[in-house]
Every structure is written in C-alpha cells, then in structure tokens.
Design a protein around this ligand. Structure first.
Ligand code: FES
Ligand code: FES
Length: 165
C-alpha cells in the first residue's frame, strides 16, 4: 500500500492504494470516478481511456504510481474544465455526441469522447481519416461508428464555423 498524490480534473488528491493497482482501479475503486470503464482490462477496447497531460492513455495499462505528477482528465472533468476555460454548458464534444445520438449502451462513450477531445486539442480541423485514426483504439459494440464520426465532425464544423464567423 502507498499514498499517491494525483492531480485529477484540476484537483490534487491523496489516495492510498496497493502498489500494483492501475490508474483505472484507483479512479474507479478509490475515487468513485466510474466514468472510466473497465472493459477488457488488458488494453484492447479503449473504454478506460483518460487524458494524461492531454494525451489519451489506457488507464487499465498504467500503474497509478506512475501517474503522479501528471495532469489526469477523466470524463467527469470535461464539463467543469470546459466551464473553467470560459465555455458554457458541456464540452462541445459531449454536446455533439448528444445531438448526434452517437451512443446506444454508452459504455464506450467516455473513452470515445476523451480520444476525440485529445484530437481536437491537437488539431484544429482534422480530416475524417484523422478522426478515424484517433478513435481506432476505441471499440464500440453497438453503434457501427457512423454517428460517432458524425459527432466529432459536427464538433469540428462548429468550431471552424465559430472561428470564421
Ligand atoms: S479496459 Fe482498458 S483497454 Fe479495455
Ligand atoms: S454505445 Fe455501446 S459500446 Fe458503444
């Protein structure tokens, strides 16, 4: 057992956890941040994706002890971080997923939206091919992906439109 100091969604937290626990286990079973999903637990499905210093990472493959010192963003942090940055309402990626009906059971959505958020932070106007590549590690067993891609394209189109208007 060790005490970890983590920075999650802008907050510093101290949490005790077994040395071998992954970041995903600490998020879900110590901090109650259950938006990060435990799907395969071996790096295949992307449901556990979080942002670590802005980059998407699989929290089921990352030791919590190696996450100290990094800025970790989970799905629970997207809306408050957007508001803190001066936005209104949900993060545009969340809003676009909602408006496009880009979910069925919702299990894949937190990871999908965080992968999409990382892409949009890195690239102002990514192509459809770049969207597909960025989301290629996130599996969805329900939707067939069409509305998910449409949602990311909508978020991009609205951002580009807002800049040009
Ligand atoms: S739960 Fe981490 S990749 Fe599936
Ligand atoms: S909506 Fe069910 S796994 Fe994607």
């Amino acid at each position: 057992m060790r005490v970890l100091e983590l920075k999650i969604n802008g907050d510093r937290v101290e949490v005790a956890a077994p040395d071998h626990w992954t970041l995903l286990e600490v998020l879900r079973y110590r901090l109650g941040l259950t938006g990060s999903k435990q799907g395969c637990d071996k790096g295949d499905c992307g449901a556990c994706t979080v942002l670590v210093d802005g980059k998407p990472e699989l929290s089921c493959l990352k030791l919590a002890a190696l996450s100290e010192g990094a800025e970790i963003t989970t799905i629970e942090g997207l809306l408050p971080l957007h508001l803190q940055a001066g936005g209104t309402g949900p993060d545009p990626v969340q809003d676009a997923f909602d408006r496009c009906g880009a979910l069925q059971c919702g299990f894949c959505q937190p990871g999908m939206m965080l992968s999409a958020r990382a892409l949009l932070n890195e690239c102002h106007s990514p192509s459809q091919a770049e969207i597909k590549k960025a989301l290629s590690g996130n599996l969805c067993r329900c939707t067939g992906y069409t509305q998910i891609i449409e949602a990311v394209e909508l978020a991009i189109a609205e951002r580009v439109g807002a800049k040009n208007s």
